[in-house]
Ligand binder design. Structure first.
Ligand code: 13P
Length: 262
């Protein structure tokens, strides 16, 4: 655990209207000082990034409330004929400091392979964004006892060619697919086991000192009432929150657990 930062991010997915997004951002910003030891990141739908940046009073990467802004997805090319896509530099321009990459919904619904995730993560890093790189097994894979193999393959493929500096500038999110939006949270032991495995893989990829600095978030039905026990695990450094991030009080309560565990 040591000196690793605590970071809790809210993935709003394709939810809320503009007024609700602004109100939620303001609610989180006004309570952020209650969990000062934990960094907060909000990832709204891309069409509301500007409105949320405005609500957070972001200017040139500075956030008076300390709450950061993140994208949910990006394209790997800097610009060009890619209708509907968003370039990494555009996210920076609008005030983002990070971006979710390779969420399981992108992998399963939009065909993102480890190779694509790798390209996107590298593009994010090149632009100066922190990629929040997601991995996680399906229920079928867990039941077949393939969790370790699947997560190892995703980590190695998604992070191929990463230098130690790339790795410490990234966040890894372990999100077991069967726990996402289902109310079935992984037990603290199940989550810790995979987090430890991921850290081991990161050490293989670079070295132990580097691996020990990398923030690994857990995601999948994180709620205020299970965040405390997750936060107490040695290799769980934060959370990537879906449903519960749509309520400012719940999101802040989750972050508080991680702030207290730091
Ligand atoms: P839930 O917290 O709604 O399970 O979603 C998790 C998730 O996918 C965050 O990226």
């Amino acid at each position: 655990m040591g000196t690793r930062r605590r970071i809790v991010a809210g993935n709003w997915k394709m939810n809320l209207d503009r007024a609700e997004a602004v109100a939620l951002a303001e609610g989180v910003a006004s309570g952020a000082n209650s969990c000062a030891n934990c960094s907060l990141i909000l990832c709204p739908p891309s069409i509301y990034l500007a409105a949320v940046a405005n609500a957070l009073k972001l200017s040139k990467g500075n956030s008076p409330s300390g709450v950061g802004l993140g994208g949910q997805n990006l394209h790997n090319q800097p610009k060009g004929a890619f209708t509907g896509e968003i370039a990494p530099a555009m996210l920076i321009d609008i005030g983002c400091s990070s971006c979710i990459v390779g969420h399981s919904e992108r992998r399963t619904l939009f065909g993102e392979t480890d190779a694509i995730v790798n390209e996107k993560a590298k593009a994010a890093l090149a632009a100066g964004l922190t990629p929040i790189i997601c991995v996680g097994e399906t229920l079928e894979e867990r039941e077949q006892d393939r969790t370790a193999a699947v997560v190892t393959e995703q980590i190695m493929g998604s992070l191929e060619g990463f230098t130690p500096a790339d790795l410490t500038a990234s966040i890894i999110a372990y999100e077991p697919v069967w726990a996402i939006g289902t109310g079935k949270v992984a037990t603290p032991e199940q989550a810790q086991e995979v987090h430890a495995l991921i850290r081991q893989q990161l050490a293989t990829l670079t070295d132990e000192e580097t691996a020990n600095q990398v923030v690994i978030q857990y995601g999948g039905s994180v709620k205020p009432d299970n965040a405390g026990i997750l936060a107490s695990q040695q290799d769980i450094d934060g959370a990537l929150v879906g449903g519960a991030s749509l309520k400012a009080d719940d999101f802040l309560a989750i972050a508080k657990h991680f702030a207290e565990a730091s």
